[in-house]
Design a protein around this ligand. Structure first.
Ligand code: TXA
Ligand code: MG
Length: 540
């Protein structure tokens, strides 16, 4: 079959030709504001069967029926509830599909044998003009080969449908970029079967209660039936294998360093791209969901074009239009997630209550990275650091068994600033490296961890933390806590406190500051900090 491509803006014959083809039971690819659609007369079972054949679509997956005026809905359904009228007033024409009990005029071929029908009024002027000119409602799934990403550009619709349809109408790039929100009013509380440009929040403003079908974000269990048959199929998948990274941005960047592989690409937000050292395809701006829906399907196709074998994708929080992005991404990946837990750096002045905070994090399931322990381990008998130290400070810092004589090393290292600096330059990078490695290995197993590092910022350990927490307390509280803890005099406590950075030092650097209330309880503040760290599982 030869395929003509016409632009109705420059060719006056385009719409009449489309209308006559459709009336004669042929297929036409039309642009809509969501994605390009593969249209046929919804009331003609023979025409509708051609859609399934052209797409290679399973015949039990029902089609959306597109209308151009609200009154067109009456012959298609058994009854139009008030809620449907309210929704139409607010969101039609636009990216919302409403499911209602169908009338006898809807053939089984269109409804996939269901007793309901999905109806939508698109806002794209070409789509509306074609429906009006054809004079019949149009069944139109996305104009892609079944299973592949929906086309949002003429080029991609033509890639998939050339040779399969007589006519493709050029309507430019689709404004929304993902398919319409599918909402069922056919049973009980209104329920979103597929998220899209009309968000749960927008629907709740009109309807009050709105449910989100479990299949929107979770794979169907073996014995579960899909409320929307489209949800049971693997969907939107490019040839490239896609995996979803859920963790921090630092973790995302680190992933590529720690898991190099041939053909590995990042599928990332624009802000992340300049930080990467692997090839990437962008999918919109972080925090701008509409820019993400506009880019998502194109990006999946671009990965194939670039010859990527594996793409690791960033993922927005599953709210607002981000819910639609997650839904499509999760399906494109076949629910293949890389979940990495946060790495939290804890610091603060001595006596402020760091160890209490660490204990509360530990209770909450955090692994505590003990840097003191790591510092001891690096100078264990036979360690490479120990031989470097022996070279720098004298072989006799080791006993006859090769063990470190700590007092002797201290004597030699703390006698001058220069020698202290030499000691630190040998030991600190090693401790830092081990701290990082331990933290990464837990994070990668999705176990959150807390680094208890007194000199968090001074040592540079904050660089690999996703978030930093500082504990501060009033001068008096700290003084009394140090005296009680270490059993020392007021003067000795003051001496220790003088060696510490002031409160502002921590407050201005840490992401979260926990102020230890005088004689009070830290639990509430720690709980709030934990919640903030866990919000959405996404933290910058
Ligand atoms: O934005 C859109 O909706 C695009 C453009 C072209 O309008 N169309 C589209 O159609 O995405 P399609 O066929 O690719 O997706 C229709 C979805 C499928 O998941 C299908 O299972 C579901 O809607 N659906 C259709 N009728 C249904 C019904 N009666 N009950 C439950 N789900 C239904
Ligand atoms: Mg589709």
């Amino acid at each position: 079959m030869t395929t003509q491509i016409l632009n109705p803006n420059t060719d006056a014959s385009a719409i009449p030709l489309a209308a006559s083809l459709l009336r004669n039971g042929e297929l036409v690819v039309i642009p809509t504001e969501t994605v390009y659609g593969l249209a046929a007369n919804a009331l003609d079972p023979e025409a509708v069967r051609k859609i399934y054949a052209a797409k290679g679509r399973p015949s039990d997956n029902p089609l959306i029926v597109h209308i151009s005026d609200f009154d067109d809905i009456y012959p298609l359904v058994r009854e139009v509830p008030e809620t449907a009228k309210h929704l139409a007033e607010k969101f039609w024409p636009g990216p919302l599909t409403i499911i209602l009990p169908k009338s006898d005029r809807i053939p089984d071929a269109t409804s996939g044998g269901l007793d309901t029908v999905a109806i939508r009024m698109p806002s794209h002027p070409t789509a509306r003009a074609v429906i009006r000119a054809a004079g019949v409602p149009l069944a139109a799934p996305s104009a892609n080969i079944s299973g592949f990403p929906s086309p949002t550009k003429l080029e991609y619709a033509a890639d998939d449908m050339t040779g399969r349809v007589p006519l493709i109408l050029d309507g430019g790039d689709c404004a929304v970029g993902v398919e319409s929100t599918v909402l069922t009013l056919a049973a009980g509380t209104p329920r979103i079967l597929r998220p899209g440009g009309v968000t749960p929040g927008m629907l709740r403003e009109v309807l009050g209660e709105v449910e989100i079908d479990k299949a929107v974000l979770d794979p169907l269990g073996k014995d579960e039936t899909a409320a929307s048959p489209g949800m049971k199929y693997k969907h939107y998948s490019p040839k490239t294998r896609v995996r979803i990274y859920r963790g921090s941005r630092k973790g995302y960047l680190r992933y590529f360093d720690r898991h190099p592989a041939p053909g590995l690409f990042a599928l990332c937000f624009e802000q992340t791209a300049p930080l990467l050292r692997v090839p990437y395809v962008t999918m919109g701006k972080e925090n701008e969901y509409l820019s993400q829906t506009q880019r998502l399907f194109d990006a999946l196709r671009e990965l194939d074009e670039a010859g990527a074998s594996l793409a690791v994708a960033q993922c927005p929080p599953a709210r607002d239009i981000g819910l639609a992005v997650c839904n499509r991404l999760f399906r494109a990946s076949g629910f293949d997630f890389i979940d990495e837990a946060p790495i939290v750096g804890l610091t603060g002045q001595t006596g402020a209550g760091k160890s209490t905070v660490a204990a509360l994090f530990s209770e909450a399931g955090y692994h505590i990275v003990d840097t003191d322990k790591l510092a001891r381990e690096i100078v264990e008998k036979g360690s490479p650091v120990l031989s470097v130290l022996a070279e720098a400070f004298g072989a006799d810092i080791l006993d006859e068994n090769g063990g470190l004589i700590r007092t002797r090393l201290a004597e030699r290292a703390f006698c001058s600033e220069e020698k202290t600096a030499l000691l630190n330059s040998i030991t600190h990078p090693e401790i830092l490296g081990r701290t990082a490695e331990e933290a990464f290995s837990f994070s990668e197993r999705n176990i959150p961890c807390l680094l208890d590092v007194p000199l968090l910022f001074q040592s540079g350990a904050d660089a690999f933390c996703d978030i930093t927490v500082a504990v501060t307390a009033s001068f008096e509280t700290r003084k009394h806590r140090i005296m009680a803890r270490d059993g020392i005099s007021e003067d000795a406590a003051l001496l220790r406190m003088r060696a510490q950075e002031p409160e502002e030092y921590y407050a201005s650097r840490a992401d979260i500051v926990i102020q230890n209330p005088d004689g009070g309880d830290l639990t509430k503040a720690v709980r709030a900090a934990l919640e903030r760290i866990q919000t959405n599982g996404v933290f910058a």
